[in-house]
Structures are given as structure tokens and as C-alpha cells.
Design a protein around this ligand. Structure first.
Ligand code: CMX
Length: 439
């Protein structure tokens, strides 16, 4: 067994013991009460899920195993000559629970490089779709095509013991993550670069190789990819992509099927597709104002117009966060160092200066601050990755790290099939009138 796998299993066994004791001692203790509003309004704030890899604080933002993004930018291993964290290190942290050494991160890089070969029929499946198909549609189809190699599905059919579930989920996780950059880069080159594909470079780290296969060999872009693939990786368990992966995995669907479910959810405009929508919204504003350098007053008027038309301002708001997303701030800091004079980045910063007050003045938007998607597209555009409908695929490649590390934990801890109770409006009406539960 590899030493990453050994360390994970040792941690998970210890945690499973602790959880058993917790359930024995406190199994009936209430975590919270559920209100009628929560049942109707997306189950906001109900603590009904356990996800070990990260925890979101409404004001502070995400912490991965207790570490904030600014802390991780310092603590996680870097590529040679680089200053941004290697996502390989974040994966180790989420999976094992300890801050990795340089050697741990490099070991994961090498493992993923070794496992990155994508079978030809996966490319055939992508090629069977019209080139006009949205990149997320092509990405989801390719993940399902990769599923034919699931070791978990094969072992399950052959009658594996429940005790082995974690092992095969781990193996599928490592192979799937290893292959995603090749698949994503293939979709990118197919759709936007006349199918002129670039072979992987096994000497590069996961992010740099991904950048290389897309056709970007600029060192600064590789640094952006390392940061991008780190900060998008996980956002605790209740968001649509994480929850969908966890839910489908709880039926013992293998990691490929589970991750495909997460990705179909990420493709929604209120979730991961918002990064594409932000750029479209800015481009429409530029077109309407006939200027790529709008004043703050013009931006403010355009935001008000968007709201009057009954549309959302993409990149703003969040179901949990109540302050500026630290993932936005990390990207802003990167832009201040690498490309402060870019005109679209300047627009993003001007929007940040005016949008929160306008959104707040509506009185109904709970979080008027920017989320991760408000900044990412402008940075990618700066480096020439201008095809915004590809952006959610980048998000998806990164999100694999968190949701699949969590899936390993789900199976190692033996979590059962997820099956919350649903009720009807009739049930609720009777309950609020008679004060009792209806059978
Ligand atoms: N622009 C306009 N209206 C917004 C808004 C925004 N950015 N954010 C919230 N609202 C509206 C909601 O649509 C809702 O309106 P109704 O009452 O008319 O239905 C009201 O304000 C209350 O919503 P909320 O409780 O503040 O927010 P929710 O938890 O329901 O939704 C989110 C959260 C992210 C879906 C929402 O803020 C939104 O649509 N933002 C724009 C899309 C976006 O950026 N999504 C990316 C999120 C991050 C990610 O997952 O990648």
C-alpha cells in the first residue's frame, strides 16, 4: 500500500472509533431544530451532513482542515521557483488531515502523472458530441466514459467485502483525478483550437501540465492555475457539487458516477456556471455602454438595470457567506501582483466598489459581497484563456480534489445511504395547526 493511502487509512480508522463513541454517548443530542422556512427554502443552515475536508464560516470563509486560504498560501508546498500552493498538497491535507511536506506533494504529483493515461474510447465519446456542445456537457460525458475503468464497480460486482469499499474508492479517486486535466484539455483544444491537441508532459506538476496541455506555457499562468485549482477545490459539504457527489456515492455508485453527478450540478448558473456568466454580464455591459472602461457611475446604473430586469448579478451573493469571499481576495491579490493594469480586472475591482451597497439596498439579498466567481474569469482572460464557457470545466477539475477526498472519507467511515425525510405541504399545514407530526 502507498504511504499516502496508509496514512489516510490510519487516520480514518481512528476517526471511525471516535465517531462510534460520539454516537453511543450523544446520538440523541439535538444539533438544531428545523423550521418550516428551512424545509421550503433549500434547507439553509440545517447541520445534517458531516464533511471532514473543510468547514465554511459565514464571515471568515472557508477553512481546509482548519487552515484559511491565506495560511495555506504560505504553508503548502510550492513548485520549484513558484510561490502559489500546489493543489497536490491541498489534496493531501484534505485526505490525510496533516500539512504535507514537499515530498508528499511531489509523491502525489508523480502518482497522478503515472495514472494519467486516458483510454482512446473516452476521446471517441467526446468526439461523438457536436463540437457546439457546452464544455460541461462534454466533460460530464467523458467522466461517464471513464467509469468503464472503475475498480470499485468491478470489485463490487465480484462481491467485495464492505470493509474494502474505502480501498477501491481511494484507487478510483486517484486515477480519476489524474485523468481529468487530460480530458479537460482535450475538450478545450477540440472546441477552440481546431482539435490540435498537445501531449502531456509527465515531468510537470498537475496544474502546470494542465496549463501546458491547454496550450499555455507561460510561468505566470501556471502559477495562476496552481492557485485556481487550490482555491476552488472544496467549500464544505452542502454546496450542490459536493452534496450531489456525496449523495450519489452513498448509494455505493462508484466515484466516477458520483463525481459526474457533482459536475452536472456544478454546471448550473447559480453554482459553478456563474464564472462564465460574470464575463458574459461584463461583456454585455461593455457592449451596451460602448466602452471597455466604464465609470463607477455607469457600472452602478448597469447593476440597477440588471436587478430591475429581474436577473441576478452574477458573482455576487452566497447561501452561507456573509462577507467578501477569501477566494475572491486571493485572486485579487494575485492580480495586483501579476496584472494590475488589465482593463477587465480594473472593471472587476470597480464593480466590487459599487455593487455591495446597491445589492444591500434591495433589502432582500442576504450577502451583497462577491464570491469566487466574480474574479476568476477576468484573470483567465488576461492570460488569453478567453473562452468563458470553458471556465466551469476548470472549476470542475479543481472541485474533484475536495469532493473525491470526501468520498474516500465517506466510505472509510462507513456512512450509510443518505435518505432524509421529505414532507408535503398538507403535512406542514396539519403540523402547524395541530402541533403534531402527521404519519
Ligand atoms: N443578484 C440579484 N439578486 C440576488 C443575488 C444577486 N447576486 N443574490 C441573491 N439574490 C436574490 C435571490 O435571487 C433571492 O431573490 P427572491 O427572493 O426574489 O427569490 C433573494 O436575493 C434572497 O436570496 P439569498 O437568500 O440572499 O441567496 P440564496 O442563498 O437564495 O442564493 C446564490 C445564493 C449564490 C444562488 C445567489 O446569491 C445568486 O443567485 N448569486 C448570483 C449567482 C452566483 O454568483 N452564483 C455563484 C455562487 C458561488 C458558487 O457556487 O460558485
Amino acid at each position: 500500500m502507498g504511504y499516502v493511502k496508509d496514512s489516510f487509512k490510519a487516520k480514518a480508522d481512528a476517526q471511525a472509533k471516535e465517531i462510534k463513541t460520539l454516537i453511543e454517548q450523544y446520538g440523541n443530542k439535538k444539533l438544531d431544530d428545523v423550521t418550516v422556512a428551512q424545509a421550503y427554502q433549500g434547507m439553509r443552515g440545517i447541520p445534517g451532513l458531516v464533511t471532514e475536508t473543510s468547514l465554511l464560516d459565514a464571515n471568515e470563509g472557508i477553512r481546509f482542515r482548519g487552515f484559511s486560504i491565506p495560511e495555506l498560501r504560505v504553508k503548502l508546498p510550492k513548485a520549484e521557483g513558484g510561490s502559489e500552493p500546489l493543489p497536490e498538497g491541498l489534496f493531501y491535507l484534505m485526505l490525510v488531515g496533516d500539512v504535507p511536506t514537499q515530498e508528499h506533494a511531489e509523491h502525489i504529483s508523480a502518482t497522478w502523472a503515472r495514472r494519467s493515461h486516458v483510454p482512446n474510447y473516452v476521446f471517441d465519446v467526446i468526439e461523438a458530441l457536436p463540437v457546439s456542445a457546452h464544455p460541461m456537457t462534454q466533460f460530464c460525458a467523458a467522466i461517464l466514459a471513464l467509469q468503464t475503468e472503475s475498480k470499485f464497480a468491478k470489485a463490487y460486482t465480484e462481491g467485495m467485502s464492505k470493509k474494502m469499499h474505502w480501498d477501491y474508492v481511494y484507487e478510483d479517486t486517484m486515477t480519476l483525478i489524474a485523468r481529468l486535466p487530460r480530458v479537460a484539455a482535450y475538450i478545450y483544444r477540440r472546441k477552440y483550437k481546431n482539435g490540435e491537441h498537445i501531449q502531456p508532459d509527465g515531468m510537470l506538476d498537475w496544474s502546470a501540465n494542465f496549463a501546458h496541455m491547454m496550450g499555455f506555457d507561460n510561468d505566470s499562468f501556471k502559477e495562476l492555475m496552481r492557485l485556481y485549482l487550490t482555491i476552488h477545490a472544496d467549500h464544505e459539504g452542502g454546496n450542490v457539487s459536493a452534496h450531489a457527489t456525496h449523495l450519489v456515492g452513498s448509494a455505493l455508485s462508484d466515484p466516477y458516477l458520483s463525481f459526474a453527478a457533482g459536475m452536472t450540478g456544478l454546471a448550473g448558473p447559480l453554482h459553478g456556471l456563474a464564472n462564465q456568466e460574470v464575463i458574459r454580464w461584463i461583456d454585455e455591459m461593455y457592449k451596451e455602454l460602448n466602452s471597455e472602461n466604464p465609470s463607477k457611475e455607469q457600472i452602478a446604473d448597469y447593476i440597477k438595470k440588471t436587478l430591475l430586469e429581474g436577473k441576478v448579478v452574477p458573482g455576487y451573493g452566497h447561501a452561507v457567506l456573509r462577507k467578501t469571499d477569501p477566494r475572491f481576495t486571493a485572486q485579487m491579490e494575485f492580480a495586483k501582483t501579476h496584472c494590475p493594469d488589465d482593463s477587465m480586472i480594473q472593471t472587476v475591482w470597480h464593480i466590487y466598489e459599487v455593487a455591495p451597497a446597491i445589492l444591500e439596498s434591495t433589502g432582500k439579498i442576504k450577502n451583497p459581497w462577491p464570491n469566487v466567481d466574480a474574479h476568476s474569469g477576468a484573470l483567465l482572460k488576461h492570460y488569453g484563456l478567453v473562452e468563458e464557457d470553458f471556465y466551469t470545466v476548470l472549476f470542475g477539475v479543481s472541485r474533484s480534489l475536495g469532493v473525491l477526498a470526501s468520498l474516500c472519507w465517506d466510505r472509510a467511515l462507513g456512512f450509510p445511504i443518505e435518505r432524509p425525510k421529505s414532507i408535503t405541504t398538507e403535512w406542514i399545514k396539519k403540523f402547524v395547526k395541530e402541533g403534531e407530526k402527521v404519519a
